[in-house]
Design a protein around this ligand. Sequence first.
Ligand code: FES
Ligand code: FES
Length: 155
Amino acid sequence: MREIRFTLNGEPVSIDVDPERMLLWVLRCDLGLTGTKYGCGEGLCGACTVIVEGEAVRSCQFPMSLAAGKEVITIEGLSTGGELHRLQKAFIENDAMQCGFCTSGMIMNAYGLLIRNPRPSRAEIVDAIEHNLCRCGTHQRIVAAIESASRQKEE
Ligand code: FES
Ligand code: FES
């Protein structure tokens, strides 16, 4: 066990944890942030995507030793002042979900895309979410939602 400090959704966090424990389990089980989903546990589905230092990462493959001192953002940290982020609103407006299991991972991956490329082309959006899996077949609506959000004014 080791004390690891990091920033989570803008707040400092300190936790005694096995440095090899994956960030996904710390978020879900130790800190109660269940918006980040467990899909495959092998880095293959993207359901567990969060932002670390401005980049989308798969938290099921991200040991806590790498989180030390870093800024982590989860789906719970996207809204501000009770107002949903434009990506969250666009997913709702475009009906970009059915069961919703992939949704937070999709949104966090899209959030990472908009950080590095605020006005992505449709092809760039398709490419960015290619390896986030949706078993409900809503990829086209998800692409439309991300495109819509990217065309709105930045918050
Ligand atoms: S649960 Fe992490 S990629 Fe599937
Ligand atoms: S909405 Fe069900 S997995 Fe994507």
